[in-house]
Design a protein around this ligand. Structure first.
Ligand SMILES: Cc1cc2nc3c(=O)[nH]c(=O)nc-3n(C[C@H](O)[C@H](O)[C@H](O)COP(=O)(O)OP(=O)(O)OC[C@H]3O[C@@H](n4cnc5c(N)ncnc54)[C@H](O)[C@@H]3O)c2cc1C
Length: 440
């Protein structure tokens, strides 16, 4: 009991220096985001709903194809998941190779998996061509085994990645782990050397800057509340007037509103939380993640972490599935971080925030067309590179260019018990937490 009180006291003192703010935008320098002001035109070729990476990428590519485009954003551009994420641009998909192959067979799994990897290559080439400076670097990613049984899964995954997908990864034995990870919690790891890390706010800012040069109209604080169709146009109703467009792209991911029933019944908003430490002594920061990898672990309720700007640690996880105050979640995450890295006990958390992921029942991202609306969403926490790539593909689909993507004909499942409120999430969270504990 006294331990709980002393923890609470410590946390109270500590929380006075913490900022319930996202770290990334504070790293931006230069003028504020160049948003073209209202008023809007009556009619556009294409309207994009949602100003995250999917929507901005689609808008940018459409403008480069000569279309007139408006982006309608309910709050501020990038303020969904796109400026809040951990900036890990990972190859592959959320599903482990074993699960992908078991579900789709070798050939289909290969096609799907390769898109995840192609998306990182696409992102790298695009930001290079468009001169978007977002600190992109191929640091590599490390998947850390939470149990001894998970080490066997990683050995299996490594073999499948090589044999089926031609993707080379490196197994890290427990005795060699300290060269990759300064944590006593894990039993081994698998390193993918080609995944990358970046600064998500710089990415959003860079795309927005590029967009402003191409003439796209971006309207913030303009939630779309209804869509109807008349003659050759879609009418998009917002609290500040109606916009007409020949085609519509929906890019709302974990923030998809209830009135978009088909998508909302298929995309489950799941909160994810992040804390960032104060600057650490450089040597300590290097000891935690010596190679600077993007790290995640094999738990169902996984932790993900990385170094940012050399000497801070960003640490994230899905610590709560119910309604939670960010401050309470940050306290929990701070404890979890100290369990992974006991060396961090004397150091404070300076920033904390949360955001919503778009999960799907099959844990796969989805892109397609429904009732005339183009959509891409449901990245399941793996969307930094995929959202930019799918945005490009949406742009091509919207202008009638042929798109050959194995995701397009994937069935998009829902469940009879999911209408608009994911009431089952706290139950699922408790279930997976128990499994993680029992597996240990
Ligand atoms: C905390 C956190 C950490 C993450 N870390 C990683 C990571 O390290 N690596 C990774 O690959 N992925 C990560 N992700 C996931 C990744 O950020 C997302 O997959 C990606 O940003 C999705 O981009 P998006 O544009 O599709 O959606 P968002 O960026 O969520 O944008 C959707 C936008 O739609 C707007 N919107 C919703 N309804 C309306 C409406 N009616 N009218 C107008 N606008 C509307 C919202 O306001 C929002 O801005 C993370 C996500 C979170 C929350």
């Amino acid at each position: 009991m006294s331990l709980i009180f002393s923890r609470r006291r410590e946390w109270k003192a500590h929380s006075e220096i913490m900022k319930n703010r996202i770290y990334w935008p504070e790293t931006l320098s230069g003028p504020p985001l160049p948003i073209k002001p209202d008023p809007l035109a009556d009619t556009y070729d294409i309207a994009v709903i949602g100003g995250g990476l999917t929507g901005l990428s689609a808008a940018c590519h459409l403008a480069l194809k000569g279309c007139s485009v408006v982006v309608l954003e309910a709050s501020r551009v990038g303020q969904g998941a796109s400026s809040r994420n951990a900036g890990m641009a990972m190859t592959g998909l959320t599903l482990f190779p074993q699960e992908l192959i078991a579900r789709y067979g070798h050939e289909r799994a290969l096609g799907l998996y390769c898109i995840g990897t192609a998306a990182v290559d696409f992102l790298e080439a695009w930001i290079h061509n468009e001169k978007i400076d977002c600190d992109f670097k191929r640091y590599g990613a490390l998947c850390a085994a939470y149990t001894r049984r998970h080490v066997k899964d990683l050995v299996n995954a490594r073999r499948l990645l090589l044999d089926t997908f031609g993707h080379e990864t490196l197994l890290v034995e427990p005795k060699d782990l300290s060269a990759e990870l300064g944590s006593p919690l894990y039993h081994g790891a698998l390193v993918d050397p080609i995944s990358a890390g970046l600064n998500p706010a710089k990415l959003v800012h860079g795309i927005l800057k590029r967009i402003s040069e191409t003439g796209v109209c971006v309207s913030e604080e303009r939630p779309v509340q209804r869509i109807s169709q008349s003659n050759h146009y879609f009418k998009l109703e917002t609290p500040r007037g109606t916009v007409r467009a020949e085609s519509v792209i929906v890019a709302t991911n974990g923030y998809t509103p209830a009135w978009l029933k088909f998508l909302r019944r298929r995309v489950i908003p799941v909160a994810s939380f992040i804390v960032v430490t104060e600057p650490l002594p450089l040597e300590l920061a290097r000891e935690l993640i010596p190679q600077g990898r993007m790290v995640y672990d094999t738990k169902h309720l996984l932790y993900y972490f990385r170094r940012v700007d050399g000497n801070r640690l960003l640490f994230g996880g899905r610590v709560s599935f119910g309604k939670t105050d960010d401050r309470i979640a940050a306290a929990k995450l701070h404890n979890d971080m100290q369990e992974v890295f006991p060396q961090l006990k004397p150091y404070r958390v300076e920033y904390y925030w949360s955001g919503k992921l778009g999960f799907t029942f099959d844990r796969m991202p989805h892109i397609g067309q429904q009732a005339g609306l183009y959509y891409a969403l449901g990245y399941c926490g793996h969307g930094v590179a995929l959202s930019v790539y799918f945005g490009y593909m949406l742009a091509r689909m919207a202008v009638g260019e042929p798109v050959d993507l194995p995701f397009i004909d994937l069935p998009f499942p829902t469940r009879f018990y999911y209408r608009k409120t994911p009431w089952f999430l706290p139950l699922a969270g408790a279930f997976y937490k128990a499994i993680d504990r029992l597996g240990r």
